[in-house]
Design a binder for this molecule. Structure first.
Ligand code: HEM
Length: 366
């Protein structure tokens, strides 16, 4: 038997059991609409790629990490100084987490402005919105794990805010902290949330999100549809396999290059070990994607119309998230020129502008 015949036999064996040619055929039949906004279709795949990087590097970090207040900092220090390329893996995990959230925001806002949430894609939007909450949960829980000063006090502030939520706040605070204070019990909980609960939930919700994308195909923005109709020209498209996937792959290679550059040139710092008895250092700030919420609460006066300013702020932010989740059900027939559609588009730009300015205020060098 020649090598070629052997390879063909292996291919045949796999084909009978897996049916790869059917999958390839499906990918060839799947078409991606081609128009002036097609670029934004790559953002979901880029988010997926970065999530894959998180899973891979996270598993490697788990080989050395120890989730207790007595050992967490030391285990990360060991990883960074003694384990070959340990510093690089940790650096990539941290940079990629930030890049993931950034690309996720691009993906989400492009889906919003291009009205990709229209019928029948309401559940694609809803599962996406849950993924946003899950990714923010990953960021918040992961931040504490190295058990350094900055993470310790930022978690204290973050969980305090959760504790201010009317009715459920106190319960949420104790549930997150595993007691009244941030202690080793909090670290153990955050570890469980970060490596077990959130990955399990993400697997299910991400599976559903991708299933809906597969079922409905990529949407065409209403404005593009209207323009094509006016011009009397059918809209172009190109095959998912190989054209779209190959372009996706070019983006992923570029992302790898950016990640490698950032991780090697700006290695993620570890700082000092947390001392729960020390007073909080000046300038405690959350991760940038929580910055606008942090700044909103900071700017509010202590009392507004007899109510606590911070509580009103938390309620307003919660309402903002509820409206964001419900977008497909509020802007139900998005057409160019429709008043609700126009109001949502203006609201979206204003929200984006506000978030950018508030975040800049947190991180602007003082
Ligand atoms: C871990 C997070 C996420 C991953 C990995 C992910 C992945 C993807 C992928 C691969 C696609 C198909 C390609 C594309 O249209 O870009 C997609 C489509 C979509 N996603 Fe996400 N997504 C995530 C989060 C979100 C969020 C936060 C939202 C909005 C709240 C969202 C809403 C949508 C919508 C509406 C579509 C359909 C786009 C269309 O048909 O044109 N996704 N997502």
């Amino acid at each position: 038997m020649t090598t070629r015949e052997r390879l063909a036999a292996v291919q045949e064996w796999v084909e009978v059991r897996v049916g790869i040619s059917q999958l390839i055929e499906m990918g060839r039949e799947k078409k991606v609409p081609l128009h002036r906004h097609s670029f934004w279709y790559y953002m979901g795949g880029m988010t997926l790629f970065l999530f894959g990087i998180q899973v891979g590097t996270g598993i490697l970090l788990l080989l050395y990490y120890r989730p207790s207040s007595g050992e967490a900092f030391e285990s990360v220090q060991f990883l960074m100084t003694r384990v070959p390329f340990g510093w690089l893996i940790r650096s990539i995990h941290s940079w990629s987490a930030n890049l993931l959230v950034f690309v996720l925001f691009l993906h989400m806002f492009s889906a919003f402005f291009l009205k990709a949430f229209r019928k029948p894609r309401e559940l694609t939007w809803l599962t996406g919105a849950v993924l946003l909450a899950l990714m923010m949960g990953f960021g918040f829980s992961g931040y504490l794990l190295p058990w350094n000063t900055l993470a310790f006090f930022a978690t204290q502030v973050g969980t305090e805010v959760a504790g201010r939520v009317p009715v459920v706040g106190e319960f949420a605070l104790r549930l997150l902290r595993g007691g009244d204070q941030v202690t080793g019990a909090t670290l153990t909980r955050f570890y469980g949330i970060h490596v077990a609960i959130l990955p399990a939930l993400t697997t299910v919700i991400l599976g559903a999100h991708l299933l809906f994308v597969q079922k409905h195909g990529m949407s065409v923005p209403p404005q593009v549809e209207a323009d094509a109709e006016r011009a009397g020209k059918p809209l172009g498209s190109y095959p998912f396999l190989p054209n779209f996937l190959l372009r996706d792959a070019i983006g992923w290679c570029a992302a790898l290059g950016v990640l490698a550059g950032l991780a090697a040139l700006f290695p993620w710092e570890l700082g000092e070990k947390a001392d729960p008895f020390a007073s909080a250092p000046a300038g405690i700030r959350p991760e940038w994607y929580f910055g606008w919420m942090f700044q909103t609460l900071k700017m509010l006066p202590p009392h507004i119309l007899g109510f606590e300013g911070e509580v009103l702020g938390i309620l307003a932010i919660t309402l903002g998230f509820i409206i964001w989740f419900a977008v497909p059900f509020l802007d139900r027939t998005p057409r160019p020129g429709n008043r609700v559609t126009r109001a949502f588009a203006v609201g979206g730009w204003l929200a984006l502008l506000y978030m950018a300015v508030a975040t800049a205020m947190v991180y602007w060098p003082q």
